[in-house]
Write a protein that binds this ligand. Structure first.
Ligand code: TYD
Length: 202
């Protein structure tokens, strides 16, 4: 089974991934954890290029193709082999981030981004996508040192959020929005409940 986590910046996605991994560890369930862009040697090198604040000249098409390239490597090197071994794969961001950030945020269009990514993911789509549903104006995003993407405007992040919301409705139930609670453990229990209902974990 393949599960991905999505959300805007500073919504507590990494905390939720950590709490899920702790739950799985406590209950003796194994998983392969990856993040995007990155998680293979080559994908991490591509990540550096994408997020480098010096790369102000990067065109949006270059950016979209680099995310797809990083993904193509991760799918073939890690995700597919793990799924073939019958393992549970949990990925921090995946193709829905490209659709939301490049498709809606950069206004390249969701359809174009899906087209670019089709050969990259090569049919490897998540069984479930957990969307941490917090809009940018409510997010707990702190203004730490921002990478190239994080330097975008509020309007950009609003478009990204609206894009995710739009994609939920065309995902046939694959993308499940979870409203974060003030208590991170409550949020984690909601996520675990969805994964259990779907028979992905025990
Ligand atoms: P990262 O520091 O991993 O962000 P986060 O902790 O929020 O997951 O940086 C990844 C950045 O890249 C983030 O701003 C989202 C963006 N992104 C895209 O624009 N398109 C994509 O396809 C992916 C995977 C990420």
């Amino acid at each position: 089974m393949f599960v991905t986590f999505e959300g805007c910046e500073g919504v507590g996605k990494s905390t939720q991934l950590r709490l899920l991994s702790e739950y799985l560890e406590r209950t003796g369930q194994r998983a392969v954890y990856v993040r995007e862009p990155g998680s293979t040697d080559i994908s991490e090198q591509i990540r550096q290029v994408i997020l480098d604040t010096k790369n102000t000249a990067m065109t949006e098409m270059t950016e979209a193709l680099l995310y797809a390239a990083s993904r193509a490597q991760l799918v073939r090197e890690v995700i597919k082999p793990a799924l073939e071994r019958g393992e549970l794969v949990i990925c921090d961001r995946y193709v829905d981030s490209s659709v939301a950030y490049q498709g809606y945020g950069r206004q390249m269009g969701a359809e174009l981004i899906k087209k670019i990514n089709a050969p990259a993911v090569d049919g490897c789509m998540p069984d479930l996508t957990i969307f941490i549903d917090l809009s940018p104006e409510h997010s707990w995003r702190t203004y730490r040192t921002a990478d190239r993407l994080e330097q975008e405007s509020n309007e950009f992040f609003k478009r990204v959020y609206d894009g995710f919301i739009n994609e939920i409705s065309v995902s046939n139930g694959r993308i499940v929005p979870i409203k974060p609670d003030f208590d991170k453990n409550v949020t984690s229990q909601k996520i675990i409940a969805v994964m259990r209902e779907r028979g992905i974990i025990k």
